[in-house]
Design a protein around this ligand. Structure first.
Ligand code: ZN
Length: 160
């Protein structure tokens, strides 16, 4: 499977939490997966595939509840104990599942590398634009600096 297109939308530092960008990735010019997020964790970059909350249907009223609920949010009926799927990798309960997911590590790594590459390009482009004054100062992104001071860049005084 070949990656034939990647587009990213940068998430601005004030809003992003740990999400750096949201990407759309096209495969073989014929299949696109949107809403892939690139995050930065303690061990470096990692990808989160698009996911949805796992729900369980109440036996009594049919209401869909999250797996974290013990009782139905609509009618109060106790939900069955065996409702929570266990993650085979971590052994912990899961409340989200990926809607699209690379099965092979090789493909996951390929997707991740492509998204990181596009992310860096977009970041560079953005910094270039902000240096030219086409982007407001508070949107300038310098993640290395942010990590060091733990604050968004707008708190650093700008050019005189
Ligand atoms: Zn119910």
């Amino acid at each position: 499977m070949e990656i034939t297109g990647v587009s990213v939308r940068l998430i601005q530092p004030l809003r992003r939490g740990r999400v750096l960008c949201v990407a759309s990735v096209t495969f073989d010019n014929s299949f696109v997966v949107r809403n892939i997020r690139l995050l930065e964790g303690p061990k470096g970059y990692f990808l989160a595939m698009p996911s949805q909350a796992i729900t369980i249907k109440c036996r009594r009223c049919g209401r869909k509840n999250t797996v974290r609920s013990n009782y139905c949010n609509l009618c109060g009926t106790r939900l069955p104990e065996e409702r929570i799927p266990i993650d085979s990798e971590t052994g912990k309960p899961r409340s989200y599942q990926d809607v699209a997911h690379p099965i092979k590590t090789e493909l996951r790594e390929k997707i991740q590398a492509s998204v990181i590459e596009e992310y860096k390009k977009a970041l560079e482009q953005q910094n270039k634009q902000s240096a030219q004054g086409t982007v407001p100062t508070q949107y300038k992104t310098d993640s290395k600096l942010e990590r060091q001071i733990g604050e968004p860049k707008r708190f650093i005084s700008g050019n005189p």
